[in-house]
Design a protein around this ligand. Structure first.
Ligand SMILES: [Zn+2]
Length: 232
């Protein structure tokens, strides 16, 4: 009799515990894990090129590359965070990353960008820049660069270029292939890294476009979609 009661009690306790877990603890834990997994799925470093004493290239109408890069990087950051990516910005304001002294500032700025990338161990790096090619002022359009030693970098560059080519088609009337490049920012991690040159500040039409909030928005959208395509 005692044994039977004990067995019944055990079964009852087991049922109650299971029910409580099912209704509360486990259910919440699963939901939390699901949401967490989605948000933390991919980490992306967004690197706004130049900053501080290094303004990058300047357009005929005064567009400063470092300012433009930061605006596009911020728009991209917003879109990627909204889309569930974990984002890390190398540069969050107009300043460079070299500290107070200007001594060898460019090298220290690069070193700091690399440190941020290595510390945050991202799944991808997207560096935002703008181009200038005064030898050929007719050169236009958004162009992606990748490290030729990285197969995944090339794939990511293709994804981004595909989306950016929709804009190139619309505004420039032609499309471009992503290009190989031996750049510092493409060598900070083994993970796929690309440089997006948003357009040519040596071209007046490109500069005009890059000055409009609408086009900057379209650029950021294209880059974000290209990154999402890469992970599909
Ligand atoms: Zn640049």
């Amino acid at each position: 009799m005692f044994i039977v009661v004990k067995k019944k009690s055990i079964i009852l306790v087991f049922c109650v515990v299971t029910l409580i877990l099912a209704l509360t603890g486990t259910g919440i834990a699963l939901t939390k894990t699901g949401a967490f997994a989605l948000q933390k799925k991919y980490a992306v470093v967004i690197d706004a090129g130049h900053g501080g004493a290094d303004g990058g290239v300047t357009g005929k109408n005064g567009t400063k590359e470092s300012d433009l890069n930061l605006i596009v990087a911020r728009l991209l950051e917003k879109k990627l965070s909204d889309g569930g990516f974990r984002t890390i910005m190398t540069r969050k304001d107009e300043n460079g990353l070299y500290g107070d002294s200007l001594d060898k500032f460019k090298a220290r700025d690069f070193a700091e960008r690399k440190r941020i990338i290595q510390e945050s161990a991202p799944d991808a790096v997207i560096s935002i820049h703008a181009n200038k090619f005064p030898q050929s002022p007719s050169r236009r359009g958004a162009q992606v660069f990748f490290n030729p030693a990285s197969e995944e970098g090339k794939k990511l560059a293709n994804s981004l270029q595909d989306r950016l080519n929709r804009l190139n088609e619309k505004y420039v009337g032609k499309t471009f292939m992503p290009l190989k490049g031996e750049y510092f920012m493409l060598n900070c991690t083994e993970k796929p890294s690309v440089i997006v040159e948003c357009g040519f500040l040596s071209n007046e039409e490109d500069e005009k476009l890059l000055q409009t909030p609408e086009y900057r928005e379209e650029l950021a959208e294209a880059i974000a979609l290209g990154l999402s395509d890469y992970y599909k």
